[in-house]
Ligand binder design. Sequence first.
Ligand code: ADP
Length: 157
Amino acid sequence: MKKKAIFPGSFNPITRGHECVIKRAMPLFDNIIIAIGDNQNKENFFPVNKRIEWIKTVFKDYPGIEVMTYSGLTVDFCKKVGAKYILRGLRTSADFEFERSIGQINKQLNTEIDTVFLLTATQYTPLNSSIVRDILKNGGDPSPFVPEGIDISNWNQ
Ligand code: ADP
């Protein structure tokens, strides 16, 4: 049976940290669905259609990588698309504590689904989407922090 994982997050926008985790996960899974969640608690800065477009551009040469949006429980989305694994990236021990409880609760919600964690590359440990948004909002150049081939500066044109 094909191994399918989802990589849930807000990808607001996708960063080199996300890209690194996804590329490292590719040898482990036949399919990875990058799943943009409708998270009411997070700032909704970039429109979802832009976030999708950037992800599609970054992974245009990788047929095993798809992008979808979802709302509701992550484990319910996994069931809907037939994924047995949730992929998450770990930057620091703070990430680990946050992820540990979500992973353990998800396991209780659906015992057939496991969470797989991958460490980020050292240089991406301090990177997150909100820093990229702040750089952009304050007139800086976000391009070193987002994958090559996308230009997030023109997002509202
Ligand atoms: P962020 O935390 O940047 O807002 P998301 O909510 O989109 O990102 O998180 C999606 C997943 O990507 C989470 O598992 C998160 O830990 C992981 N992630 C985010 N940034 C990085 C990074 N720089 N290196 C590795 N994993 C990351």
